[in-house]
Design a protein around this ligand. Structure first.
Ligand code: HDE
Length: 712
């Protein structure tokens, strides 16, 4: 419930003047003038006519028929009839935020891209995170790949880094994308399932297409159920080029690393959240930004010199492969901070149009055949989604750099071009707008002149032929609990596949080539005979393990942004609540006080404490940890309150840190639980250290075998 009074802006169109866009660029004003605020403004039609009655259609008498003449009602209904646009064919469910990017230092050795030169310059960005499979209204926490698309509004034009939270992809050639998407999308006859890949057509396709093996194991890992959007890594996936002012090109892979660490939900938690809070991820992002807890990511690149292109046991152009960080470490470039929520979901998050082809001088493509196909697809899809070729004029898509060319007209053209010549060369408008020759800095875009001498053929390079060694590397790089989660995920998904031969093919022809033990465990869970050997010779690669792939190694060294539920009933120890809240705030973590109902609770010393919500209103799945303060009467009440007991058991099952203070220790007996590394008991000061240490570990993985016995 908001208690804030709305504040009127200085002028109708100046609503954002006071907002920190993290932007030092005055050119952005051209974009901001599209932002509108109706505070203290009269209700008017789209033609600017003031409306006197917005309640009644124009009628012949109070009980008579309506008149076609009512232009106000017709304008309103006509607009309403067309308020939906086609959702994205993939990545339909998304959420966006504004922010800025700042380079750490001058990277002119690597690239001439202007936004990577001056550490004092803030480049505005708009980011859209998404799931891939589900429609716009689907749940946030389903098992899926997440889109991670960033639009940099640079002074030299827009640069879109349209990536995912996984570093590889399902297919190697763009021509297979419609097949893949048709297979993963809900089945054509009944439009099920919504927001997941646990169905026949997906597993039919991937079991027939071994190049998907590596990406599918990522999708069956914890990476596919991220804890929050701010705790996801991002990857450009393809190999790109960075080109410096001397024209020297290097291959790069882009990486986003969250400062909040990389971690995930547990599966039961993710499934429950999909029902209890469909908006879980977008709410977390929104609320973090509203309270000034700005999510941040470091942008980095893995750099490969041109002459080292062929030094690897995979092809740099193959998007189903990573360059292990142990072989080529990441060079940090700068940091992105998201600090402002959109004003309007539709105008900004829905209408934003990304395209991997939006690049600036100093960045260039590689010949990755998946990337090459994407360069066509994104502009094409906007034409039907956003209704024509002028989508770049929609405020959220407009570059902050000026744009002038001979492109005119078309649906929804907004620019009123004054020139008479919409062609080049011309002598009527003085030859303007003119080309800018490429130059070291600030010149026109020039493609890197890669030499190619080859035949025109439809063929996949033999160097793309190994589909299993990196899937194996991924599995072997996981910690024990991560491997168990992967086994469970394959078993769950394949268990939903009706056709036996698809289950068998995935186990025998894909999993057995990744790892025989993995295949045997999944076979056992599906009641299939265990495979005895793989079906292909998987090449031995230079690395057996890549620790950088395991999320167990990607946690931050703090508990910043973590959320703790405090459970209380009448008679609670108020001082214990204060002490815990203070200690959490000092670490940048957040606490919410929850009672049996939404009514305030009374402390043992008679104070009335307002609660943030009832325990049912904010279930344990919405938190990282639970604290139960003492107070004899409060603990007595909680001991017989089914919702409170379920709260604690569920947090325990989801491997969360739980601290039982003072009399709350009695709950151990009631719940039949034993103290462990994350279930701690004690008095204030003693309790805080182990409790915070457990929160810092994200989840109590050692508890997992025991927690299985707790009913879901
Ligand atoms: Fe996309 N993808 N994609 N994709 N993709 C789209 O463009 C496509 C691929 C990604 O928040 C579409 O505007 C093809 C890889 C993100 O608005 C469409 C191929 C990666 C988003 C499209 C790929 C991505 C999209 C649908 C294979 C990670 C959401 C709506 C050649 C590197 C962007 C739209 C947003 C969206 C095509 C594969 C990431 C149809 C043809 C690989 C994050 O154009």
């Amino acid at each position: 419930m908001s208690t804030k009074k709305p504040v009127a802006p200085k002028s109708a169109l100046a609503g954002t003047d006071t907002l920190d866009r993290g932007n030092t660029n005055a050119k952005l004003d051209s974009l901001e003038k599209f932002r509108s605020d109706a505070t203290e403004q009269a209700l008017r039609t789209n033609q600017g006519v003031k409306v006197s009655d917005n309640q009644n259609t124009l009628k012949v008498g109070a009980r008579g028929p309506s008149l076609l003449e009512d232009f106000i009602m017709r304008e309103k209904i006509t607009h309403f009839d067309h308020e939906r646009i086609p959702e994205r064919i993939v990545h339909a469910r998304g959420t966006g935020a504004h922010g800025f990017f700042q380079t750490y230092e001058n990277h002119s050795v690597l690239t001439k891209a202007g936004f990577l030169q001056d550490p004092s310059q803030k480049t505005p960005v708009f980011v859209r995170f998404s799931t891939v499979q589900g429609p716009r209204g689907s749940g946030d926490t389903v098992r899926d790949v997440r889109g991670f698309a960033v639009k940099f509004f640079t002074d030299e034009g827009n640069f879109d880094l349209v990536g995912n939270n996984m570093p590889v992809f399902f297919i190697q050639d763009a021509i297979k994308f419609p097949d893949f998407v048709h297979a993963v999308k809900p089945e054509p006859h009944n439009e099920m399932p919504t927001g997941g890949s646990a169905h026949d057509t997906f597993w039919d396709f991937v079991s027939l297409q071994p190049e998907s093996a590596h990406m599918v194991i990522w999708a069956m890992s914890d990476r596919a159920i991220p804890k929050s959007l701010r705790s996801m890594q991002g990857f450009g996936v393809h190999t790109f080029r960075l080109v410096n002012a001397e024209g020297k090109s290097r291959f790069v892979k882009f990486h986003w690393r969250p400062t909040a660490g990389t971690c995930s939900l547990v599966w039961d938690e993710a499934q429950k959240l999909a029902g209890k809070d469909t908006d879980y991820h977008r709410r977390d992002l929104w609320e973090s930004i509203e309270i000034g807890d700005y999510p941040e990511w470091e942008l980095g690149v893995q750099i490969v010199e041109e002459e080292n292109e062929h030094d690897f046991d995979f092809d740099l152009l193959d998007p189903t492969k990573i360059i292990p960080e142990e072989i080529v470490p990441i060079t940090p470039l700068g940091k992105m901070t998201l600090n402002r929520n959109p004003d309007n979901f539709f105008a900004e998050t829905e209408q934003v149009a990304f395209c991997p082809g939006h690049i600036v001088p100093g960045i260039d493509f590689s010949n990755d055949p998946l990337l090459q196909g994407r360069l066509f697809s994104y502009t094409d899809t906007q034409i039907s989604r956003l209704g024509g070729p002028n989508f770049h004029e929609i405020p959220i898509n407009r570059p902050v750099a000026p744009f002038h060319n001979g492109q005119r007209d078309g649906l929804h053209r907004m620019t009123i071009d004054k020139g008479r010549a919409s062609y080049e060369p011309n002598s009527i408008d003085g030859g303007w707008p003119k080309e800018t020759p490429p130059a070291a800095q600030d010149g026109g875009f020039e493609t890197y002149p890669e030499r190619i001498d080859a035949n025109k053929i439809r063929q996949r390079s033999e160097s793309f032929g190994d589909h299993f060694s990196q899937a194996r590397l991924f599995f072997h790089s996981m910690s024990k609990h991560e491997q168990e989660h992967i086994i469970s995920a394959y078993s769950f998904e394949l268990g939903k596949v009706d056709r036996l031969w698809i289950r068998e093919r995935q186990v025998n022809e894909i999993l057995a080539n990744i790892d025989l033990e993995l295949a045997k465990r999944v076979a056992q869970n599906l009641g299939l005979p265990a495979p005895k050997a793989g079906t292909v010779d998987v090449p031995k690669i230079s690395l057996d393990r890549s620790p950088a792939l395991s999320q167990a190694n990607l946690l931050p060294e703090n508990i910043k942004t973590r959320k703790v539920a405090i459970l209380a009933a009448n008679g609670v120890d108020g001082a214990a609540i204060d002490a815990m809240k203070k200690a959490l705030a000092a670490e940048g973590a957040h606490a919410k006080l929850l009672g049996p109902t939404s009514a305030p609770v009374t402390t043992a010393d008679g104070k009335s404490l307002p609660v943030d919500a009832s325990m049912e209103g904010l279930p344990s799945v919405a938190f990282d940890a639970v604290f139960v303060p003492g107070g004899a009467a409060s603990i007595k009440a909680l001991s017989t309150d089914g919702v409170a007991l379920h709260y604690l058991l569920e947090a325990y099952k989801h491997l969360k840190a739980i601290a039982l203070h003072g009399e709350a220790k009695q709950l151990l007996d009631v719940l039949k639980l034993e103290v462990d590394a994350g279930l701690v008991v004690g008095a204030d000061a003693k309790l805080i250290k182990p409790f915070f240490a457990a929160i810092g570990q994200h989840r109590v993985w050692d508890r997992e075998p025991k927690a299985k016995a707790i009913p879901a």
